[in-house]
Design a protein around this ligand. Structure first.
Ligand SMILES: NC(=O)c1ccc[n+]([C@@H]2O[C@H](COP(=O)([O-])OP(=O)(O)OC[C@H]3O[C@@H](n4cnc5c(N)ncnc54)[C@H](OP(=O)(O)O)[C@@H]3O)[C@@H](O)[C@H]2O)c1
Length: 316
Protein backbone atom coordinates (compact mmCIF):
# COMPACT_ATOMS: atom_id res chain seq x y z
CA UNK A 1 0.00 0.00 0.00
CA UNK A 2 1.30 3.47 -0.88
CA UNK A 3 2.38 5.52 2.10
CA UNK A 4 -0.23 8.05 3.19
CA UNK A 5 0.44 11.72 2.61
CA UNK A 6 0.44 13.90 5.71
CA UNK A 7 -1.89 16.88 6.09
CA UNK A 8 -0.74 19.16 8.94
CA UNK A 9 -3.79 20.71 10.55
CA UNK A 10 -3.63 24.00 12.45
CA UNK A 11 -6.42 24.50 15.01
CA UNK A 12 -6.86 20.74 15.14
CA UNK A 13 -8.53 20.80 18.55
CA UNK A 14 -10.95 23.49 17.33
CA UNK A 15 -14.00 23.64 15.10
CA UNK A 16 -12.57 23.91 11.59
CA UNK A 17 -9.37 21.93 12.04
CA UNK A 18 -11.08 19.31 14.21
CA UNK A 19 -13.59 18.61 11.45
CA UNK A 20 -10.74 18.12 8.99
CA UNK A 21 -8.78 15.75 11.25
CA UNK A 22 -11.93 13.66 11.84
CA UNK A 23 -12.73 13.64 8.09
CA UNK A 24 -9.22 12.49 7.20
CA UNK A 25 -8.98 9.84 9.91
CA UNK A 26 -12.46 8.41 9.28
CA UNK A 27 -11.60 7.73 5.62
CA UNK A 28 -9.51 4.67 6.41
CA UNK A 29 -8.77 3.84 2.77
CA UNK A 30 -8.08 7.47 1.82
CA UNK A 31 -4.78 8.89 0.60
CA UNK A 32 -4.06 11.09 3.63
CA UNK A 33 -3.29 10.95 7.31
CA UNK A 34 -3.61 13.88 9.72
CA UNK A 35 -0.93 15.58 11.79
CA UNK A 36 -2.80 17.57 14.43
CA UNK A 37 -1.13 20.77 15.68
CA UNK A 38 -1.87 21.90 19.22
CA UNK A 39 -0.19 23.95 21.93
CA UNK A 40 -0.93 21.20 24.45
CA UNK A 41 -0.48 17.62 23.34
CA UNK A 42 -1.81 16.42 26.71
CA UNK A 43 -5.22 18.09 26.58
CA UNK A 44 -8.32 15.90 26.41
CA UNK A 45 -9.09 17.20 22.92
CA UNK A 46 -5.56 16.41 21.72
CA UNK A 47 -5.79 12.91 23.22
CA UNK A 48 -9.13 12.36 21.46
CA UNK A 49 -7.45 13.13 18.12
CA UNK A 50 -4.57 10.76 18.94
CA UNK A 51 -7.16 8.07 19.71
CA UNK A 52 -8.41 8.44 16.12
CA UNK A 53 -4.90 7.62 14.93
CA UNK A 54 -3.80 11.19 14.17
CA UNK A 55 -0.22 12.19 14.89
CA UNK A 56 -0.39 14.96 17.50
CA UNK A 57 2.43 17.51 17.59
CA UNK A 58 3.09 20.66 19.55
CA UNK A 59 3.09 23.94 17.64
CA UNK A 60 2.05 27.53 18.13
CA UNK A 61 1.10 29.87 15.28
CA UNK A 62 3.02 32.63 17.08
CA UNK A 63 6.22 30.58 16.76
CA UNK A 64 7.40 30.12 13.17
CA UNK A 65 10.11 27.62 14.14
CA UNK A 66 7.52 25.35 15.76
CA UNK A 67 5.45 25.56 12.55
CA UNK A 68 8.47 24.68 10.39
CA UNK A 69 9.01 21.54 12.46
CA UNK A 70 5.31 20.67 12.41
CA UNK A 71 5.01 21.11 8.62
CA UNK A 72 8.23 19.20 7.80
CA UNK A 73 7.63 16.13 5.66
CA UNK A 74 3.96 16.92 5.11
CA UNK A 75 2.16 17.03 1.77
CA UNK A 76 -0.19 19.82 2.75
CA UNK A 77 -1.49 22.01 5.54
CA UNK A 78 -4.75 23.53 6.67
CA UNK A 79 -4.12 27.02 8.04
CA UNK A 80 -6.51 29.02 10.20
CA UNK A 81 -6.18 31.89 12.69
CA UNK A 82 -8.12 32.58 15.89
CA UNK A 83 -9.37 36.17 15.81
CA UNK A 84 -11.56 35.92 18.90
CA UNK A 85 -8.59 34.85 21.03
CA UNK A 86 -6.92 38.28 20.60
CA UNK A 87 -9.14 40.65 18.53
CA UNK A 88 -6.18 41.76 16.42
CA UNK A 89 -6.08 41.68 12.59
CA UNK A 90 -2.36 42.45 12.74
CA UNK A 91 -1.80 39.33 14.84
CA UNK A 92 -3.76 37.27 12.29
CA UNK A 93 -1.67 38.66 9.43
CA UNK A 94 1.58 37.93 11.31
CA UNK A 95 0.42 34.38 12.10
CA UNK A 96 -0.60 33.83 8.47
CA UNK A 97 2.87 35.00 7.42
CA UNK A 98 4.49 32.53 9.83
CA UNK A 99 2.34 29.70 8.45
CA UNK A 100 3.12 30.68 4.85
CA UNK A 101 6.85 30.88 5.64
CA UNK A 102 6.77 27.48 7.29
CA UNK A 103 4.82 26.03 4.33
CA UNK A 104 7.41 27.41 1.92
CA UNK A 105 10.25 26.11 4.07
CA UNK A 106 8.71 22.63 4.15
CA UNK A 107 8.00 22.68 0.40
CA UNK A 108 4.34 21.85 0.91
CA UNK A 109 2.40 20.86 -2.20
CA UNK A 110 -0.94 22.29 -1.12
CA UNK A 111 -2.08 24.69 1.59
CA UNK A 112 -5.67 25.61 2.38
CA UNK A 113 -5.90 29.06 3.97
CA UNK A 114 -9.20 29.56 5.79
CA UNK A 115 -9.97 33.14 4.90
CA UNK A 116 -12.75 35.71 4.57
CA UNK A 117 -13.33 38.74 2.37
CA UNK A 118 -11.36 41.97 2.80
CA UNK A 119 -14.56 44.01 3.03
CA UNK A 120 -12.67 47.24 2.27
CA UNK A 121 -12.79 46.21 -1.40
CA UNK A 122 -16.58 46.73 -1.20
CA UNK A 123 -16.72 49.36 1.54
CA UNK A 124 -13.63 51.60 1.37
CA UNK A 125 -12.67 53.38 4.56
CA UNK A 126 -14.14 56.59 3.08
CA UNK A 127 -17.60 54.95 2.89
CA UNK A 128 -19.42 56.10 6.01
CA UNK A 129 -22.32 53.66 5.81
CA UNK A 130 -20.52 51.83 8.63
CA UNK A 131 -17.86 53.08 11.07
CA UNK A 132 -14.17 52.50 10.45
CA UNK A 133 -12.79 50.37 13.30
CA UNK A 134 -9.24 50.28 14.73
CA UNK A 135 -8.33 53.14 12.31
CA UNK A 136 -8.06 50.98 9.19
CA UNK A 137 -10.68 48.27 9.05
CA UNK A 138 -14.37 47.95 8.37
CA UNK A 139 -14.80 44.34 9.53
CA UNK A 140 -11.54 43.65 11.41
CA UNK A 141 -11.99 39.86 11.72
CA UNK A 142 -12.62 39.63 7.96
CA UNK A 143 -10.25 42.28 6.63
CA UNK A 144 -7.10 40.90 8.30
CA UNK A 145 -7.75 37.44 6.86
CA UNK A 146 -8.42 38.87 3.40
CA UNK A 147 -5.30 41.04 3.60
CA UNK A 148 -3.28 37.97 4.56
CA UNK A 149 -4.21 36.16 1.32
CA UNK A 150 -1.35 37.97 -0.44
CA UNK A 151 1.17 36.65 2.08
CA UNK A 152 0.69 33.13 0.70
CA UNK A 153 0.76 34.39 -2.91
CA UNK A 154 3.88 36.53 -2.41
CA UNK A 155 5.80 33.57 -1.03
CA UNK A 156 4.67 31.36 -3.92
CA UNK A 157 2.94 28.85 -1.64
CA UNK A 158 0.50 26.65 -3.62
CA UNK A 159 -2.64 27.76 -1.84
CA UNK A 160 -6.41 27.41 -2.03
CA UNK A 161 -8.25 30.34 -0.45
CA UNK A 162 -11.23 28.84 1.37
CA UNK A 163 -14.02 31.30 2.20
CA UNK A 164 -16.06 29.94 5.08
CA UNK A 165 -19.53 30.88 6.39
CA UNK A 166 -21.29 31.73 9.66
CA UNK A 167 -21.28 28.60 11.84
CA UNK A 168 -24.75 27.50 12.94
CA UNK A 169 -22.82 26.34 16.05
CA UNK A 170 -22.85 30.03 17.01
CA UNK A 171 -26.42 29.37 18.17
CA UNK A 172 -24.83 27.14 20.83
CA UNK A 173 -21.46 28.67 21.66
CA UNK A 174 -21.24 32.26 20.47
CA UNK A 175 -24.26 33.92 22.03
CA UNK A 176 -26.26 34.05 18.78
CA UNK A 177 -29.01 31.75 20.09
CA UNK A 178 -32.63 32.70 20.75
CA UNK A 179 -33.10 35.03 23.71
CA UNK A 180 -36.28 35.86 25.58
CA UNK A 181 -37.56 39.42 25.15
CA UNK A 182 -39.50 41.45 27.72
CA UNK A 183 -42.66 39.80 26.32
CA UNK A 184 -41.21 36.40 27.29
CA UNK A 185 -40.98 35.31 23.65
CA UNK A 186 -37.85 33.83 22.13
CA UNK A 187 -36.17 35.61 19.22
CA UNK A 188 -32.94 35.66 17.27
CA UNK A 189 -31.44 39.05 16.45
CA UNK A 190 -29.50 39.92 13.30
CA UNK A 191 -29.17 43.21 11.40
CA UNK A 192 -29.78 41.46 8.10
CA UNK A 193 -33.25 42.71 7.13
CA UNK A 194 -34.74 40.20 4.69
CA UNK A 195 -31.37 39.22 3.21
CA UNK A 196 -29.85 35.74 3.25
CA UNK A 197 -27.04 34.68 5.56
CA UNK A 198 -24.85 31.83 4.29
CA UNK A 199 -24.47 29.37 7.17
CA UNK A 200 -22.80 26.00 7.72
CA UNK A 201 -22.32 23.32 10.35
CA UNK A 202 -18.78 24.01 11.59
CA UNK A 203 -17.95 20.31 11.23
CA UNK A 204 -18.72 20.55 7.50
CA UNK A 205 -15.95 23.11 6.93
CA UNK A 206 -13.33 20.46 7.68
CA UNK A 207 -15.16 17.91 5.54
CA UNK A 208 -15.19 20.36 2.62
CA UNK A 209 -11.49 21.09 3.17
CA UNK A 210 -10.87 17.35 2.98
CA UNK A 211 -12.78 17.30 -0.33
CA UNK A 212 -10.47 20.04 -1.63
CA UNK A 213 -7.32 18.10 -0.68
CA UNK A 214 -8.76 14.95 -2.31
CA UNK A 215 -9.28 16.82 -5.60
CA UNK A 216 -5.48 17.21 -5.90
CA UNK A 217 -4.19 20.37 -7.51
CA UNK A 218 -7.54 21.40 -9.00
CA UNK A 219 -8.06 24.30 -6.59
CA UNK A 220 -4.45 25.38 -6.09
CA UNK A 221 -4.21 29.11 -6.86
CA UNK A 222 -8.01 29.40 -6.66
CA UNK A 223 -10.47 31.07 -4.37
CA UNK A 224 -13.45 28.94 -3.31
CA UNK A 225 -16.39 29.40 -0.93
CA UNK A 226 -18.66 27.05 0.96
CA UNK A 227 -21.99 27.13 2.83
CA UNK A 228 -24.63 24.60 3.84
CA UNK A 229 -27.58 26.90 3.10
CA UNK A 230 -28.34 30.57 2.49
CA UNK A 231 -31.18 31.52 4.85
CA UNK A 232 -32.95 34.72 5.87
CA UNK A 233 -33.44 35.54 9.54
CA UNK A 234 -37.13 34.62 9.17
CA UNK A 235 -36.24 31.26 7.64
CA UNK A 236 -33.79 30.50 10.46
CA UNK A 237 -36.39 31.54 13.06
CA UNK A 238 -39.00 29.29 11.42
CA UNK A 239 -36.59 26.33 11.40
CA UNK A 240 -35.67 26.98 15.06
CA UNK A 241 -39.37 27.20 16.01
CA UNK A 242 -40.06 23.85 14.38
CA UNK A 243 -37.03 22.14 15.92
CA UNK A 244 -37.45 23.58 19.42
CA UNK A 245 -41.23 23.17 19.50
CA UNK A 246 -41.75 26.77 20.57
CA UNK A 247 -42.06 29.98 18.66
CA UNK A 248 -38.83 31.82 17.85
CA UNK A 249 -39.15 35.26 16.27
CA UNK A 250 -36.67 37.27 14.24
CA UNK A 251 -35.60 40.77 15.33
CA UNK A 252 -34.28 42.45 12.19
CA UNK A 253 -32.57 45.30 14.03
CA UNK A 254 -30.69 48.14 12.38
CA UNK A 255 -26.89 47.60 12.20
CA UNK A 256 -26.42 50.70 14.39
CA UNK A 257 -28.52 49.05 17.09
CA UNK A 258 -26.53 45.80 16.81
CA UNK A 259 -23.21 47.72 17.05
CA UNK A 260 -24.43 49.39 20.24
CA UNK A 261 -25.10 46.09 22.06
CA UNK A 262 -21.77 46.54 23.85
CA UNK A 263 -20.47 42.97 24.01
CA UNK A 264 -16.84 42.57 22.87
CA UNK A 265 -16.78 42.63 19.07
CA UNK A 266 -20.37 43.95 18.69
CA UNK A 267 -19.17 46.75 16.37
CA UNK A 268 -17.12 44.30 14.27
CA UNK A 269 -20.06 41.87 13.98
CA UNK A 270 -22.53 44.70 13.31
CA UNK A 271 -20.37 45.81 10.38
CA UNK A 272 -20.01 42.20 9.25
CA UNK A 273 -23.74 41.56 9.11
CA UNK A 274 -24.30 44.90 7.39
CA UNK A 275 -21.69 43.94 4.78
CA UNK A 276 -23.42 40.59 4.23
CA UNK A 277 -26.79 42.38 4.00
CA UNK A 278 -25.66 45.13 1.61
CA UNK A 279 -23.65 42.80 -0.63
CA UNK A 280 -25.89 39.74 -0.39
CA UNK A 281 -25.49 38.85 -4.06
CA UNK A 282 -21.67 38.86 -3.98
CA UNK A 283 -21.41 37.24 -0.55
CA UNK A 284 -23.88 34.42 -1.25
CA UNK A 285 -22.58 34.12 -4.82
CA UNK A 286 -19.09 33.38 -3.48
CA UNK A 287 -20.50 30.43 -1.45
CA UNK A 288 -22.07 27.99 -3.86
CA UNK A 289 -24.09 25.24 -2.16
CA UNK A 290 -23.77 22.68 -4.95
CA UNK A 291 -20.02 23.19 -5.01
CA UNK A 292 -19.82 22.62 -1.25
CA UNK A 293 -21.92 19.47 -1.62
CA UNK A 294 -19.64 18.21 -4.39
CA UNK A 295 -16.72 18.47 -1.94
CA UNK A 296 -18.69 16.98 0.94
CA UNK A 297 -21.71 14.84 0.04
CA UNK A 298 -22.70 14.75 3.75
CA UNK A 299 -23.13 18.55 3.83
CA UNK A 300 -25.88 19.34 6.36
CA UNK A 301 -28.86 21.62 5.89
CA UNK A 302 -29.93 23.83 8.80
CA UNK A 303 -32.83 21.46 9.55
CA UNK A 304 -30.47 18.49 9.66
CA UNK A 305 -28.04 20.37 11.89
CA UNK A 306 -30.90 21.38 14.20
CA UNK A 307 -32.19 17.82 14.44
CA UNK A 308 -28.79 16.80 15.83
CA UNK A 309 -28.04 19.86 17.95
CA UNK A 310 -31.30 21.43 19.12
CA UNK A 311 -30.90 20.20 22.69
CA UNK A 312 -27.53 21.95 22.96
CA UNK A 313 -28.94 25.41 22.18
CA UNK A 314 -29.18 27.38 25.43
CA UNK A 315 -32.58 29.09 25.77
CA UNK A 316 -32.33 32.14 28.01
N1 LIG B 1 -17.75 31.51 14.35
C1 LIG B 1 -18.04 31.65 13.06
O1 LIG B 1 -19.19 31.72 12.63
C2 LIG B 1 -16.91 31.74 12.08
C3 LIG B 1 -17.22 31.68 10.73
C4 LIG B 1 -16.20 31.76 9.80
C5 LIG B 1 -14.87 31.92 10.23
N2 LIG B 1 -14.62 31.99 11.58
C6 LIG B 1 -13.22 32.17 11.99
O2 LIG B 1 -12.76 30.95 12.50
C7 LIG B 1 -11.56 31.20 13.21
C8 LIG B 1 -11.44 30.24 14.37
O3 LIG B 1 -11.48 28.93 13.93
P1 LIG B 1 -12.17 27.80 14.79
O4 LIG B 1 -13.59 28.22 15.06
O5 LIG B 1 -11.91 26.52 14.12
O6 LIG B 1 -11.36 27.95 16.13
P2 LIG B 1 -11.70 27.32 17.57
O7 LIG B 1 -12.75 26.27 17.51
O8 LIG B 1 -11.86 28.48 18.48
O9 LIG B 1 -10.36 26.54 17.89
C9 LIG B 1 -9.23 27.15 18.14
C10 LIG B 1 -8.17 26.07 18.36
O10 LIG B 1 -6.99 26.64 17.87
C11 LIG B 1 -5.96 26.45 18.74
N3 LIG B 1 -5.17 27.66 18.92
C12 LIG B 1 -5.54 28.82 19.50
N4 LIG B 1 -4.49 29.67 19.53
C13 LIG B 1 -3.44 29.01 18.97
C14 LIG B 1 -2.09 29.32 18.73
N5 LIG B 1 -1.57 30.50 19.09
N6 LIG B 1 -1.31 28.40 18.12
C15 LIG B 1 -1.81 27.20 17.77
N7 LIG B 1 -3.08 26.83 18.00
C16 LIG B 1 -3.87 27.73 18.58
C17 LIG B 1 -6.52 25.95 20.04
O11 LIG B 1 -5.96 24.69 20.22
P3 LIG B 1 -4.94 24.31 21.40
O12 LIG B 1 -5.47 24.97 22.65
O13 LIG B 1 -5.07 22.81 21.41
O14 LIG B 1 -3.61 24.79 20.97
C18 LIG B 1 -8.02 25.81 19.79
O15 LIG B 1 -8.54 24.52 20.06
C19 LIG B 1 -11.65 32.65 13.67
O16 LIG B 1 -10.57 33.40 13.15
C20 LIG B 1 -12.98 33.15 13.11
O17 LIG B 1 -12.93 34.48 12.64
C21 LIG B 1 -15.59 31.87 12.49
Amino acid sequence: MAEKKIIAVVGATGAQGGGLVRAIMSDKGGPFTARALTRDVNSDKAKALAALGAEVVKADVDDVESLKKAFAGAHGAFCVTFYWAHYSPETEIAQARSMAQAAKHAGLQHVIWSTLEDTRKWVPLSDDRMPTLMDKYKVPHFDGKGEANQVFTELGVPTTLLHTSFYWDNFIFFGSGPQRGPDGKLAITFPMGDKKLPGIAAEDIGKCAYGIFKRGREFVGKSVGIAGEHLTGSQMAAALSKALGQEVGYNAVDPDVYRSFGFPGADDLGNMFQFKRDFEKDFCGARNLEFARSLNPELQTFDQWLAKNKDRIPLE
